[in-house]
Design a protein around this ligand. Sequence first.
Ligand SMILES: Nc1ncnc2c1ncn2[C@@H]1O[C@H](COP(=O)(O)OP(=O)(O)OP(=O)(O)O)[C@@H](O)[C@H]1O
Length: 228
Amino acid sequence: MENTVLHLENANIYQGDSLVLSNVNLTINKGDFFYMIGKTGSGKSSLMKTLYADIPLLDGKGTVVGFDLEKLKDKNIPYLRRKIGIVFQDFKLLTDRTVFANLEFVLKATGWKNKEDIHKKIDEVLEKVGMQSKASKKAYELSGGEQQRVAIARALLNDPELILADEPTGNLDPKTSLEVMELLNKIHQSGKTILMATHDYQLIVKYKHKTLKVEAGEVFEVVQQLAN
Ligand SMILES: Nc1ncnc2c1ncn2[C@@H]1O[C@H](COP(=O)(O)OP(=O)(O)OP(=O)(O)O)[C@@H](O)[C@H]1O
């Protein structure tokens, strides 16, 4: 369907030879925000990795932002990833480079050439995450929360159809986690589709979204119980 950003049908998710999740059926439509919760080791990251083709889909069907995962050739993986913004727990910035250089690196690697366009785009995404004044700072000079904002700006560079965030607040203190979550909510409200793996109960209680649970090798949607 035109509105479907992600669709898995009877998908089995492996780590090497081990089956981590079986028979995953999941549809995420444009504009959805889904949490993915589950214990450590339950398979959340493995599912995320399958979605951005870091782990191949060997059984079942999967479509992500218009790419068929089961037929995806290695040479097409970069094109899939251009349409997905990925945010990691540990930020994965080039720490000895400036904020600007981190973002410029991604734009150049994805085919941007015009200097003026590059500057404009970087300004635009930094403004979205409230980091315009920090463009010339080295990434290592930033706090964890600021680094995660830059990582979110990086994820927005190519106007992704889907944002995958794997424990984006996992390395942040509770107050900074709330700030980063408010930023993700703002991005969601601007029309983006987000799937976010998290352990952070504080967030799921405070900000209600659809929720997937990963447990005992299966993925299913849960209805959140009302807080308190
Ligand atoms: N690179 C790997 N090679 C082999 N097995 C792995 C690898 N990474 C993870 N696993 C195994 O796959 C299973 C699922 O791990 P995964 O990292 O997907 O869980 P998770 O729910 O994301 O956990 P966490 O919340 O701790 O990140 C675990 O049993 C784990 O030990």
